[in-house]
Design a protein around this ligand. Structure first.
Ligand code: ADP
Ligand code: MG
Length: 189
């Protein structure tokens, strides 16, 4: 199954002790993937390095183990791909393609601002998948900033309204794990 993960990291290799704001028991429950079967969404919010992508990949691997078709894509790449398809008059096929995986993981919403066309195309995809397919989204920005990310409060609200209707929102507070590893290695003082 083509998941296209940026790296392969499992939930077993996640150090929950390092990130006490995450409820390990809850993640364990989510690893059963009932939420995938139900077409629900998981949103992982928090600053860089706290393990959002690691958890998204770990949950994606659990979904694949249970036979769910899963696709991982960065928000920027997803929007670029939709915009390209739109410009080449094949948006319909592209939207269908992104609706096929039972689980779609969209990583890193919020690092790069999204233009008007991008926001519009992203909304179309969310509408298509609404109450059909499950999604994981990760973002370094709180929901209150999504209007800025999408350059339009109305579109951002419409997106969040659908995404959050059947969703588990996990907000991670804490130190970057990348930083911790550097500190341990004595690379920073
Ligand atoms: P984010 O997506 O939140 O910026 P990542 O998930 O990419 O962060 O994590 C950064 C790196 O640190 C990755 O290599 C990841 O595997 C590792 N990492 C982060 N948090 C943990 C953790 N609690 N236990 C083990 N590894 C972690
Ligand atoms: Mg990440």
């Amino acid at each position: 199954r083509m998941a296209r993960f940026p790296f392969v990291k499992t939930l077993e290799s996640f150090e929950f002790a390092y990130q006490p704001s995450i409820d390990a028991k809850r993640i364990k429950e989510l690893s059963c993937c009932r939420w995938v079967a139900n077409g629900e969404n998981i949103l992982l919010l928090g600053p860089p390095g706290v393990g959002k992508t690691h958890l998204a990949v770990g949950l994606g691997i659990e979904a694949i183990r249970r036979g769910y078709r899963t696709l991982f894509i960065g928000a920027q790449a997803l929007i670029a791909s939709l915009a390209r398809a739109h410009n080449e008059n094949r948006l319909e096929d592209k939207l269908k393609q992104y609706c096929q995986p039972k689980l779609l993981i969209i990583d890193e919403i919020g690092y790069i601002p999204i233009d008007r066309l991008g926001a519009n195309l992203f909304f179309q995809l969310i509408s298509r998948r609404y109450e059909k397919g499950a999604m994981i989204m990760t973002s370094n920005q709180p929901y209150s900033n999504w209007g800025e990310i999408f350059g339009d409060q109305v579109i951002a609200s419409a997106i969040l309204d659908r995404v959050l209707h059947h969703a588990i929102s996990i907000s991670i507070k804490g130190e970057s794990y990348r930083l911790k590893e550097k500190l341990k290695a004595g690379l920073l003082s």
